[in-house]
Design a protein around this ligand. Structure first.
Ligand SMILES: *[C@@H]1O[C@H](CO)[C@@H](O)[C@H](O)[C@H]1NC(C)=O
Ligand SMILES: *[C@@H]1O[C@H](CO)[C@@H](O)[C@H](O)[C@H]1NC(C)=O
Ligand SMILES: *[C@@H]1O[C@H](CO)[C@@H](O)[C@H](O)[C@H]1NC(C)=O
Ligand SMILES: *[C@@H]1O[C@H](CO)[C@@H](O)[C@H](O)[C@H]1NC(C)=O
Ligand SMILES: *[C@@H]1O[C@H](CO)[C@@H](O)[C@H](O)[C@H]1NC(C)=O
Ligand SMILES: *[C@@H]1O[C@H](CO)[C@@H](O)[C@H](O)[C@H]1NC(C)=O
Ligand SMILES: *[C@@H]1O[C@H](CO)[C@@H](O)[C@H](O)[C@H]1NC(C)=O
Ligand SMILES: *[C@@H]1O[C@H](CO)[C@@H](O)[C@H](O)[C@H]1NC(C)=O
Ligand SMILES: *[C@@H]1O[C@H](CO)[C@@H](O)[C@H](O)[C@H]1NC(C)=O
Ligand SMILES: *[C@@H]1O[C@H](CO)[C@@H](O)[C@H](O)[C@H]1NC(C)=O
Ligand SMILES: *[C@@H]1O[C@H](CO)[C@@H](O)[C@H](O)[C@H]1NC(C)=O
Length: 862
């Protein structure tokens, strides 16, 4: 048993905080020790089970739970070691947030950004549940999603589509409902990427070097404390409150300290203030140090090797050594194992889960079990069809997430039109096949899935061309499509044909930074349409006075050149809809689904109007590129409001085929109690069991043990610690230090703003209930998304903040009540001095309307 007091060395250089270039803007002060879990709230049963389980484990077995076996070491994109003694199989970590990556007979769902546009809590949940059920049926333990980082600071952000919205309130609700769904299906969700992961450029040094940028450290997102709390941390608080089992720390640095060893972010904000009880896993190769990352709050190293396929690990052998030499206290390795197993039991996983039945590295039935080294050829894919009837749900989400931006001359809904002409490559198939480009790394054919690790393989893809043609034939319409954007004479002939209804499909794609498509290194280079989409629209609409435009995109595009043409009679944003794309858009165009979706981001007139952008060129020599979030909380609509800039389509905007009236605002105070700071101290860090300090007890097993090269193990290969580590600086560097309190397992003070999952429980007190009557005044049954915005009133506050929404189904002529609870957090600001939330004395005004710029009703929160 090791004494907690053993003072030892750590690789300090990388430890903690670092100073931001502009201290007043953004710093990350060291915060130690790392909080140990308490089993609070809904975690108590799982915590008790995990405690019983972890008590039985040896140190080597605990280390096995925390460390991945290396890239391509097993079937999933990440797997930790197993515990054969207890018959416990390895945890399987698998992409992606839209379905199961690198698998077959599974579904491709709509993107997070698309489902956000539904503003529908039930659909957020249903999508999470369906994805969770599919992962579960393949043997996955942790689905690597949902995403709240990026949020969408810059509209060009390559992975914005994987997340939900640049509005933290909408993202918070969407991520929470998704997590509940996923975990109710019996697997662990992983909220990612924590935090400040707002662009692809420079997120990883190796990747950036590959694109020719000469840098030696990853980008630093420099974020001040108010902006962190009121914007980027906000949805993660919802995720924690929803009981998320794991959180992935990101590639980037935050305030010049790597996110996976940033003690301010992981120890202070996530584990202490938000009371996160699950485990933090690294993004793949986002770990940059061994003991320091453990002490700064990391619990699981993914995929386990320092760099892919090196066979070296910051943990594995090194973590065993770090515990044995006292650098990592026993309570910390126990806490890591406890967090992992608590999340595991919390979602209902058992000690004898069925085997993993798919393989990420081959689609063949037979292949090497250890793909990285080509060993153990056997059956690795069982081709289990896990789709169930999820196609129906995907079709529904695709339709109910389609935003009707413009509709004039009763262009829509279509009713047995005489002649339909469909234009644009975005309506058709990728002639290379729906999965023809690896990880969807191209923009050929209709854009139903963007690129990167956040993608999945299509089981089929219904194109708009095929679905619209089927509908046209059923209606006895005439139907022709021209899918080559550059076939000028054919386009002209069709577009100028008499009595034609033209539907033009265009797109703009983006994705993850390891793939460059048409020179876009993840992030978009511009906000215009791809494949000359704007020219195509202008050309067709110059000839046809009933031109309907459908945009598939990963965010806003510039529409200024054509949106107000009288010949462009309708515009729809169909997002990234997934496998049922064609059916979904057909349902909307023909009115089988009356649209109600709202744009989850702002459509600005120009790129500059957003006031934020990607950093495309390094700005700090070879050092970490510095991305200063100087706009603070003013991203997307908050920025447009601040600069008094009129967008083309504002956040929250979207039309219906019917009309609605808003009336009768009622604001009721709920007489909640006062806000009290959490006080007191934690218990001692629990220690579960003893372990030997004799290095001979940790050697590779004798006898029949088969060593697989490149595989990460917890064992030592010699009793000489330095040699076993293979690290020339093992235990030596005189400038190394342990940050103060890093190994301290004594009771720690509670944070004022902490005290429960997601933060101080009183932040979730309902202070007001806002009601309004919504009446369907049009001729059709429909759905409406009334939104509540609140002005906090201070000079540094955004003009308004989204603080409530509901998707209501209201039949023609009927009324429904919109209700929104205003929570304490909804009207609070972050006090950087008190390190707590407070409600300012400025008057608070509530607005209710159908978008962020159309306030029909208003009242004061007394
Ligand atoms: C640091 O940031 C603050 C807040 O944005 C600003 O007022 C100040 O001028 C900046 N200082 C430097 C040295 O850039
Ligand atoms: C650690 O995991 C590996 C891979 O699953 C396994 O071979 C080994 O036996 C495990 N070690 C212990 C001590 O459980
Ligand atoms: C231990 O960590 C160091 C880096 O800190 C690395 O160079 C070495 O390869 C690791 N040892 C093992 C056995 O993975
Ligand atoms: C498919 O996309 C790739 C990459 O964007 C492009 O180079 C290629 O020309 C496209 N192929 C077809 C057939 O459209
Ligand atoms: C914007 O990027 C797309 C995709 O790379 C490209 O096709 C288009 O030409 C670019 N637009 C402008 C104005 O450069
Ligand atoms: C609208 O379409 C008609 C053909 O129907 C064409 O004559 C006219 O020039 C177009 N107007 C615009 C503004 O493009
Ligand atoms: C479009 O043009 C056709 C004939 O060119 C005309 O009959 C029709 O009224 C026009 N529609 C609109 C909405 O202007
Ligand atoms: C809440 O705080 C106010 C002002 O400090 C105090 O007057 C009031 O008694 C407190 N209410 C409760 C229920 O503690
Ligand atoms: C293990 O032992 C051998 C020699 O016994 C040594 O060469 C090697 O570097 C050691 N470390 C690792 C990580 O393999
Ligand atoms: C303890 O082990 C870790 C991991 O191998 C190593 O980095 C560190 O230098 C060791 N410290 C001491 C004092 O031996
Ligand atoms: C608000 O509406 C809900 C749901 O219809 C209702 O239960 C509640 O009483 C209403 N509250 C007020 C203050 O009108």
């Amino acid at each position: 048993m090791h004494s907690l007091a053993t003072a030892v060395a750590v690789l300090a250089a990388c430890v903690t905080s670092a100073t931001a270039r502009n201290d007043s803007l953004a710093t990350s002060d060291p915060f130690y020790p790392t909080p140990w879990m308490t089993g609070q709230g809904e975690w108590s049963d799982a915590y008790a089970k995990a405690t019983d389980f972890v008590r039985q484990l040896t140190l080597l077995e605990k280390v096995n739970l925390t460390t991945g076996v290396g890239w391509e070491g097993e079937q999933c994109v990440g797997q930790v070691g197993s515990i054969p003694r207890l018959g416990f199989r390895s945890l399987c970590m698998q992409d992606s947030p839209v379905g199961i990556r690198d698998s077959d007979y599974s579904s491709v769902f709509s993107s997070g950004q698309s489902v956000a546009a539904t503003f529908d809590r039930q659909l957020f949940y249903a999508r999470g549940y369906a994805m969770g059920a599919e992962h579960k049926a393949k043997g996955v333990t942790v689905q690597l999603g949902p995403v709240a980082g990026p949020m969408g600071r810059a509209p060009e952000g390559g992975r914005n589509w994987e997340g939900f919205s640049p509005d933290p309130y909408l993202t918070g609700i969407a991520i929470a409902e998704t997590i509940k769904g996923t975990q109710d299906a019996g697997i662990i969700a992983c909220a990612k990427h924590f935090i400040g992961n707002e662009q692809e450029h420079f997120r990883q040094v190796g990747e950036a070097n590959g694109f020719g940028y000469d840098i030696t450290e990853a980008l630093s997102s420099n974020i001040d404390d108010v902006t962190m709390h009121e914007l980027y941390l906000w949805p993660f608080a919802d995720a924690v409150r929803a009981g998320v089992g794991s959180i992935m720390c990101s590639y980037n640095q935050v305030n010049n300290s790597y996110a996976c060893q940033n003690s301010k972010m992981l120890n202070n904000l996530l584990k202490d203030e938000l009371g996160f009880q699950g485990f933090v896993m690294s993004d793949w190769q986002a770990q940059h140090a061994g003991a320091p990352s453990a002490l700064a709050g990391l619990d699981m190293a993914m995929p386990g090797d320092t760099l892919f396929n090196t066979g070296d690990s910051f943990w594995g052998t090194n973590l065993t050594l770090a515990v044995l030499n006292g650098t990592v206290p026993e309570w910390k390795i126990d806490d890591m194992a406890l967090r992992i197993m608590s999340a595991y039991f919390k979602v209902g996983l058992t000690l004898d889960e069925p085997p993993i039945n798919f393989d990420s590295w081959t689609s063949d039935t037979y292949g090497p079990l250890h793909a990285g080294v080509g060993l153990d050829y056997q059956q690795v894919n069982w081709h289990v069809d896990v789709r169930g009837d999820h196609g129906d749900l995907i079709r529904e989400i695709g339709a109910r997430s389609t935003v009707l931006l413009k509709n004039t001359n009763n262009a829509l809904p279509l009713s047995k039109p005489k002649f339909i002409g469909v234009f644009g490559g975005d309506a058709g198939s990728n002639i290379l096949g729906p999965n023809g480009c690896s990880d969807r790394g191209c923009d050929n054919g209709t854009l139903a899935m963007a690129w990167g690790s956040g993608s999945a393989n299509f089981p089929y893809l219904i194109t708009p061309d095929s679905a619209l043609q089927s509908q046209a034939i059923a209606d006895h319409s005439r139907y022709e499509s021209v899918l080559d954007n550059y076939a000028d004479s054919q386009i002209e002939a069709l577009a100028s044909a008499p009595e034609i209804t033209a539907i033009v499909f265009v797109n703009a794609d983006s994705g993850e930074g390891y793939i460059s498509v048409d020179g876009n290194e993840g992030d978009r280079n511009n906000l215009t349409l791809w494949h000359s989409g704007d020219a195509l629209i202008k050309n067709i609409s110059s000839m046809c006075n009933n031109t309907i435009v459908v945009i598939h995109s990963t965010g806003p595009t510039l529409v200024s050149e054509w949106y107000d043409s009288p010949n462009v009679t309708a515009i729809l944003w169909a997002g990234i809809p997934g496998q049922e794309s064609g059916n979904s858009i057909t349902d909307v165009l023909y009115g089988k689904v009356n649209p109600a979706a709202r744009t989850p981001f702002t459509w600005g007139k120009t790129r500059e109007s957003y006031g934020t952008d990607i950093l495309y060129e390094p700005n700090n020599g070879k050092g970490a590129p510095q991305s200063d979030f100087t706009e603070g909380v003013f991203i997307d609509y908050r920025g447009f409001d601040k600069s008094n800039s009129t967008p083309v389509y504002e956040f929250g905007y979207g039309l219906s085929y019917t009309t609605f009236n808003y009336s009768n605002l009622v604001i009721k105070s709920a007489n909640a109690g006062n806000y009290t700071a959490s006080v007191g101290k934690t218990a001692f860090a629990p220690v579960l069991g003893n372990f030997s300090t004799n290095l001979a007890d940790y050697l590779f097993p004798n006898g029949s043990f088969r060593y697989i090269s490149e595989y990460i193990y917890p064992y030592l290969n010699t009793t000489d610690a330095k040699a076993a580590s293979g690290d020339p600086s093992y235990g030596q560097n005189a400038s190394e230090f342990l940050p103060p309190h890093a190994t301290d397992g004594f009771p720690q003070p509670l944070l004022a703003a902490g005290g429960g999952p997601g933060g101080n429980p009183a932040l979730w007190d309902v202070l007001y209930t806002v009601n309004a009557t919504i009446t369907n005044t049009g001729p059709l049954d429909g759905e409406e998304v009334p939104q509540l915005y609140i002005s906090l009133g201070g000079p540094n506050d955004p003009k308004v903040l989204l603080r409530g929404f509901e998707r209501l189904s209201i039949d023609a002529g009927e009324s429904a009540t919109f209700t929104a609870d205003v929570l304490r957090r909804d009207i609070s600001n972050w006090d950087t001095v008190a390190q707590n939330w407070f409600i300012s004395s400025y008057p608070k005004i509530a607005y209710v309307g159908p978008s962020s710029r159309k306030f029909v009703l208003s009242g004061t929160l007394q």
